[in-house]
Ligand binder design. Structure first.
Ligand SMILES: Nc1ncnc2c1ncn2[C@@H]1O[C@H](COP(=O)(O)OP(=O)(O)O)[C@@H](O)[C@H]1O
Ligand SMILES: [Mg+2]
Length: 401
């Protein structure tokens, strides 16, 4: 029990749709009386277009009877479609809103990064907000001062620290907010989808920081739509559907459950629910596609491309005859087929693949294709090389069917 840092017991949140909180006791009483008598709420703001009559307001459970335990050091992913209750759950855990039923117990200092700008005072400068946030987290001024330089450096907004936050772009706000939350050594770090606001490079940096934070024993809860991030960052994941938990498992199992529940065009279920099988199926289709579109040449499958920078493998590759002969003559193997195709599956990281692209080009690859599990292809072209070689033409953004 002592290791449980967060415990939700029958936790739920009900919203009343169709009414606005008018903050006037008289109107609240009229609304309450009308509901009691089973009549329409006179202050309902949803009107029937034709009759101009208020529609009946109704209760809506954004989160309904949720139970789970999160242990110290867990990195818990929260996934689910839009409106499934992810943000509501995080707001309840952050105590931004009160539950309509059940309860959530949390142990330790909590830092949350929810909607863009939450927790920042618009009129205060970046610097003042860092101190304000630290104080809210219960830190001493000296502790904040010690970390201030790191916070600013990480956020990359040093030039704007004396500017009021209301003048920041949403990207800048997220940068600073994440930096503050991650550097104030919280026991629990709660992150909503906000990270998607930053650019790809900053996202990478945040994920790395989350990894460090995790190693220091912080418990992390993060909402993410990226199966890749969840697989890389989280040890567990919860899947929400219509305000209820439909899966609470190891990250991999939960992600597979989620993908299957999405009912995609090419569900992995097709291949008896096995991800590897879908991967193999795509590899075969890509090999055929390359052979049909390119004249001559050879196909290499799962060929390891071991360079000093450590690229592990290309899933399917194509080598032209010209190139093959050059390679046979020369001992200095350039290390990459002309066309390299990576299949992004559960086992492969998209980041890793994207990082390898410049390196493959440097090693002589002419094209690099990235194929996702739904069969969408993205073609990256080493333009200079394409102009010089001209031994094939590949349609861009091909789709396997
Ligand atoms: N303040 C609110 N008032 C009424 N309904 C709300 C409120 N906040 C969220 N909801 C509703 O609750 C459901 C869950 O919302 P949310 O937790 O934001 O979903 P998610 O983050 O998973 O997309 C949605 O249908 C949303 O419209
Ligand atoms: Mg949300």
């Amino acid at each position: 029990m002592s290791n449980v840092v967060i415990q939700a017991e029958n936790l739920g949140k009900k919203y009343r749709l169709g009414t606005l909180n008018r903050k006037m006791l008289g109107k609240e009483i009229e609304s309450w009386w009308a509901r009691r008598c089973g009549k329409e709420d006179p202050h309902s703001y949803i009107h029937d277009g034709c009759l101009n009559k208020p529609l009946k307001a109704y209760d809506f459970w954004a989160l309904n009877g949720v139970n789970f335990k999160i242990y110290k050091g867990d990195v818990m992913g929260i996934m689910g479609r839009n409106g499934s209750g992810k943000s509501t759950l995080l707001k309840l855990l952050s105590r931004i809103t009160a539950p309509s039923m059940g309860m959530a117990k949390l142990q330790g200092r909590v830092a949350s990064l929810l909607e863009v700008g939450t927790g920042f005072h618009q009129e205060l400068t970046g610097r003042e907000n860092v101190f304000l946030n630290g104080a809210i987290l219960g830190m001493k001024r000296r502790e904040i001062e010690e970390r201030y330089a790191h916070i600013v450096e990480f956020s990359e907004v040093e030039k704007f620290m004396e500017t009021p936050v209301k003048r920041y772009s949403s990207g800048m706000r997220v940068r600073l907010a994440f930096s503050v939350a991650a550097h104030l050594s919280p026991d629990i770090l709660i992150l909503d989808e906000v990270l998607t606001v930053g650019d790809a490079k900053f996202q990478e940096k945040c994920l790395k920081k989350i990894e460090d934070t995790k190693n220091l024993g912080t418990t992390v809860i993060m909402v993410s739509h990226s199966t890749q991030n969840v697989l890389e960052q989280c040890n567990r994941a919860i899947i929400l559907e219509g305000g209820r938990i439909v899966a609470d498992a190891h990250a991999r199992e939960a992600v597979e459950f989620y993908i299957n529940s999405l009912d995609l065009e090419h569900p992995m279920m097709q291949m008896a629910g096995h991800v590897g099988a879908r991967h193999g199926e795509i590899l075969g289709a890509l090999g055929t596609l390359l052979l049909n579109n390119l004249q001559g040449g050879s196909i290499v499958m799962h060929c390891p491309v071991q360079t000093h920078d450590g690229i592990r493998q290309v899933d399917v590759g194509w080598i032209s005859e010209v190139r093959k002969r050059t390679l046979e003559r020369s001992s200095a193997y350039s290390g990459a087929p002309d066309i390299c195709v990576h299949v992004v599956s559960m086992e492969r990281s998209l980041t890793e693949i994207h990082q390898s692209i410049p390196l493959l080009f440097k090693n002589g690859a002419v094209e690099n294709w990235v194929c996702d599990m739904r069969g969408n292809l993205v073609v990256h072209r080493n333009r200079a090389d394409v102009q010089n070689s001209g031994f094939f033409r590949v349609p861009e953004n091909l789709r396997l069917d």
